[in-house]
Design a protein around this ligand. Sequence first.
Ligand code: HDD
Length: 747
Amino acid sequence: EQTNPVARAIDKVIDAVADDGAAGEIPGRPGAEPPSLAEPVEPREPLPPKPDQHGPDPLTATGQPSGETAESRAQGGPFLTTATGTRLPDTDHSLKAGPRGPTLLRDHHLREKITHFDHERIPERVVHARGAAAHGVFQAYGTAATISKAAFLAKDVRTPVFVRFSTVLGSRGSADTVRDTRGFATKFYTSEGIFDLVGNNIPVFFIQDAIKFPDVIHAGKPHPDREIPQAQSAHDTFWDFVSLHTEATHHTIWNMSDRGIPRSYRMMEGFGVHTFRLVAADGGTVLVKFHWKPKAGVHSLVWEEAQLLGGVDPDFHRRDLADAIEAGAHPQWELGVQIFPDTPEQTFEGIDLLDPTKIVPEELAPVQPIGLMTLNANPVNYFAETEQVAFHVGHLVPGIDVSDDPLLAGRLFSYLDTQLTRLGGPNFNQLPINRTHAPVNDMLRDGMHQTAVHAGAAPYRPNSLDGGCPFHAPDGYVEVPVPVEAAPRGRLSPASFDDHFSQARLFWLSLSPVEREHVIAAYTFELSKVYEQAIKERQLLVLARIDPVLCREVAAGLGLPAPDGAPEGDPAASPALSQVGRTWPTEGRIVGIVAGPDLDAVRTVRQAVLDGGMVPLIIAPTGGVLPGPGEPVTVQRTFAAARSVEFDAILVAGAPEPGADAQGARDAKAGVSGTVDPRVALLLNEAYRHAKPLGGWGEAREAFTAAGIPATAPGVVTGESAADVLEQVTGLLALHRVWERFPSALG
Ligand code: HDD
């Protein structure tokens, strides 16, 4: 019996294949009926729920029955009905006057079916339209219990959560791997009401005041005339804005770094960005910044991979999250807080805690873990859950309060407002995914899409007709009575908000040489896509304020002179900001195994990969089961479907077989392939260029040579023993990439 959950999931497939054999049966699906064009005529039993999925909690806000049953939700009821429950004998033909006659207006079923279909879409989110989500649980360590009275932060309390990850700029159907900020929004269904932590994977924001949100988003969205480019910042309006609006400099350099292209949602940090205020049971307060730290480590794609994935698998992050959960490899994050004294200045070590363009380096204020979140179930229905979930920074519980960060203030208005348009009215909190798990006793009544049937005569206060209910709650949510500064009213900001460059420089100085190279390449790529020369020149002036090397290298790439300018400030580096040079867990990483003729070696190494908690995917010329004696080995990726971008490392099990499919035969006939299929050569070549660990044994060297990979290249492990090769490759995987393969020109 396998203990590794990924292994268990894969074993199921293998067992199914191993059970094959009866004549006429479908390979891999013993007992299944052979395919047929005839429609089923008998109702089937309702399908059992899928083990990796669960829907929103079945609690209703009011306890009202809904007419909906588990069967109807699962489409498992025996007979088709209209929306009002009348059984239907036919839904394939509209009502006509004779078989060739005109369609009749009285056909209510036709109109109901088409009208409902016409209204299936709701407006996509104006930002963060593209997303993926999962259910899970948050378990508190109790370490925050002394600084916050929130019930869900008490030791060992387990709170259901729903997390939605997203990109910001793209439309709902855009690619996952674009260069962008990622949303990281968590809904905690606590016993005291809902707490939403609506953060990003970047700890700072483009603007310091919410009033500029429409400006930054209009600049980042596609151009208004042709609606291009989709889901990216590499265009004139974005760079026009950020080069003029220099408070965006810090967020922009994070976007241009590896953080803008995460490897997976599972491997991203999350940040609450703003400073929040925690309130203890005795009324004491501290200021905090929230951090999510992924157990799987912080990893990124390289830019070429991200671009390839846009075409090869635009759903890469969405699929990765769902697959991991389905396989039982449940992603986890530790929630932590940086804690600052709640002083009247609201600064820490000279850093303004109300300025959302600033971080507090972890070296100055360590992140203190307060609980663990595990995502353990996929949504059952994308629309009902992931699309209809409505987050709001104002959803707070006693023990957590907001600060006066002016960006947060505007958000407190915006999130409620946007749901009215997006979800069609003020009752969106009654949607199953948005329902609180705490008892609701409000006096909000009526409105579009009201699903509660409220009893009671007096939804107002004070009343006597309902016995005075509901009463004020003595332990209810109270805003912290922070004194308000006596100062003249005005459209103002503090002087500290004028520092736009020192922390962009801090970030740059904290990166390793290879990460700095990526930043240079990203600015160069993006600005190369800008048509207006003046915008590029202006952005170079901004870069000169960050660092002369950054400015010089980007200018060289653009073919422009580097302007003079001195960097601002001399901040100390924060090593915690770099993703390179640390070792990370290898569990859940994807290892491609290009199968060779020695099936025993393939079986052994596949098992060893599983035992190491990683996910092996067997790559072979064609699908099905590898030909040969012994326990069957199922192929997961054919040469036609395997692209390097899917794998974190690739192993070559001896000389791979040439492609036996139509493409392979055509290439062989045309003399394109040598002994190694060109698709295998491309696979290895790309993985090599993307600094991924490679390993092989037996005649594997032939494949590496065909891919143009030098024999002595770092991170290319060859040997006679598959076990030794795998051990070394796993060691390399813990470092994520083999960066020393491409020594940095920056030193
Ligand atoms: Fe926002 C959605 C994160 C500033 C207005 N935002 C949205 C989502 C995330 C964030 C993760 C997607 C939630 C989901 O999955 O449904 N937003 C942030 C962060 C910000 C930020 C971390 C700065 C620190 N946002 C911000 C400002 C405004 C908005 C300043 C407006 C003044 N955000 C919205 C919105 C959205 C939204 C228009 C779109 C859909 C939605 O709210 O429900 O109201």
